[in-house]
Design a protein around this ligand. Structure first.
Ligand code: BG6
Length: 484
């Protein structure tokens, strides 16, 4: 694997929010792994930027502790870690205060890629972009990475886009959705567009419905103050599940290249139909006596925010009319289990007498954990007794099929950051895509607000509220099991 690593150009990466949780857990451990693999070369630098009055050594110690906690086995490499930390620097800046910005300007080098990572609240995007511009820190070649949430509705997302557009061109802006950096999510495109097998069947003639499930066992834990203002719709559906839906449903792009892929995704979002109220189920986890309820964890005793949501979505175009897309995501569910299941139609006519069972091919793409793909096929039950048919999966678990290589799968963040340095926007959301996604979710949310919708309670460790089961039962279908 190491022989396939191509070093990226030298860079200066400034992380605003450099002492924050995301930087400590994901961004810096990811960069460290890329450094060890030789992809981030020794002449690159990472500059943490935050309000805290730290010096570079204090920052390095903080990052060391973060990597030791979240960096996995590689963190044992003391020499490598020491060498990585030497690439780090720190500046204390505040978007609302003039001080500190000229020191940052003084640190920037010419002749290397300049990237700025806004791992901060969206309210700071505008002021930070303004400072970078005002002090000549960002130039026309610089790249800007912005974290979700990108707005909380169409209007706020558009305002953010406009604000960023004052100083950065669209081809400099990298809006992160870390689901696009997941290996299995990219595999989805490989499976769809790298095999002759599936594409002819990928339409409403052969597909009955599609299920997208992202189930988590964790609750909101310490993130209640953010999450309670978002809920599962804004936190997961508008971005992560929407991206999965796009990749499953889009037309084949002419090339695997940023504009071609993003144009096709946008067409899917624009073809999504408005969702009637009875096609959405919201849930909130209750306490089971031992584990706290959502309200207790979020510290908000009367909140109606949803920690679970299930939606029956429809795409109005030639390929998909008549094929429901059932989306579901939630916290404190039975297992951590993310899967896309493409359920094909029943056989029109069976030639096997006495075989009353409904046999269906199902292509299941397991995103996490136990990453892999399986295709349920119908075969003969072995032994005497006539033609009895059974369904079994053709199972490809990546860890078995790929061995060593599957163990070296990069974390979503590290891949995406390297793509920023390489200047490849394929796995990032374009401004119009994000706005279109809000255009679909806004009326659904507005409907709840108008009706004072109360989410259904569900037990922690369950599959969500019973009403979510009904969403499919009504259509004569069933959810796939949530299992770890
Ligand atoms: C984040 C959400 O974007 O994605 C979290 O804010 C969620 O609420 C997380 O837990 C899930 O990501 P992953 O990679 O663990 O599936």
């Amino acid at each position: 694997m190491a022989s396939r690593v191509i070093p990226v150009e030298p860079f200066d990466l400034v992380i605003f929010g450099g002492t924050g949780d995301l930087a400590r857990r994901k961004i810096l451990p990811g960069l460290f792994r890329r450094f060890l693999s030789g992809q981030m070369t020794a002449d690159s630098r990472i500059i943490g930027a935050a309000r805290g009055a730290l010096d570079a050594d204090g920052y390095r110690e903080m990052v060391r502790a973060g990597i030791q906690e979240f960096g996995g086995a590689e963190a044992q490499d003391e020499a490598g870690l020491g060498s990585f930390l030497e690439r780090l620097d720190y500046v204390s800046v505040d978007a609302t205060v003039e001080e500190g910005w000229s020191s940052l300007a003084g640190l920037m080098r010419d002749g290397v890629v300049r990237a700025f990572y806004f791992s901060v609240a969206p309210a700071l995007f505008g002021p930070l972009a303004e400072r970078l511009h005002q002090h000549g820190i960002a130039n026309a070649q610089s790249r800007l990475v912005v974290e979700k949430p990108f707005g909380r509705d169409f209007e706020s997302a558009r305002a953010l886009n406009r604000m960023l557009a004052e100083h950065f061109h669209e081809d400099q802006i990298y809006r992160i959705d870390h689901y696009l950096g997941k290996e299995t999510v990219q595999n989805l495109m490989a499976v769809r567009f790298g095999n002759v097998l599936f594409e002819p069947l990928w339409n409403n003639h052969y597909i009955d419905h599609i299920q997208i499930t992202v189930a988590e066992t964790v609750g909101v834990e310490g993130r209640g103050s953010y999450y309670d203002k978002s809920g599962a719709m804004r936190d997961m559906v508008q971005n992560h599940l929407m991206q999965l839906l796009c990749l499953i449903a889009m037309e084949p792009p002419s090339r695997f290249e940023a504009e071609a892929v993003r144009d096709e995704k946008l067409k899917v979002i624009r073809a999504l139909q408005p969702v009637p109220a009875h096609h959405v189920v919201r849930g909130q986890y209750d306490s089971d006596g031992e584990r706290p309820s959502y309200r207790e964890e979020a510290g908000s005793p009367r909140t109606f925010t949803e920690s679970f949501i299930a939606i029956r979505a429809e795409i109005a175009n030639w390929r998909w009319t008549g094929v429901p897309f059932y989306l579901r995501t939630g916290k404190k569910l039975r297992a951590r289990h993310s899967e896309i299941a493409v359920v094909f139609k029943d056989l029109g006519h069976s030639i096997f007498e006495g075989d009353e069972k409904r046999h269906r091919n199902i292509l299941s793409i397991r995103l996490q954990p136990n990453e892999g793909i399986d295709l349920t096929v119908t075969i003969k039950e072995p032994g005497p007794g006539g033609m009895r048919l059974i369904d079994r999966p053709l199972d490809m678990t990546f860890a078995d099929a790929l061995g060593e290589e599957a163990r070296e799968i990069p974390d979503a963040y590290e891949r995406l950051i390297m793509d920023v340095i390489r200047g490849n926007q394929t796995l990032f959301m374009r401004g119009d895509e994000v706005e279109a996604a809000w255009t679909w979710t806004d009326p659904i949310i507005a409907g709840w607000e108008k009706r004072n919708d109360v989410p259904k309670l569900y037990d922690p460790g369950s599959a969500g509220p019973d009403d979510a089961l009904m969403l499919l039962h009504r259509d004569g279908r069933r959810w796939r099991e949530i299992r770890g």
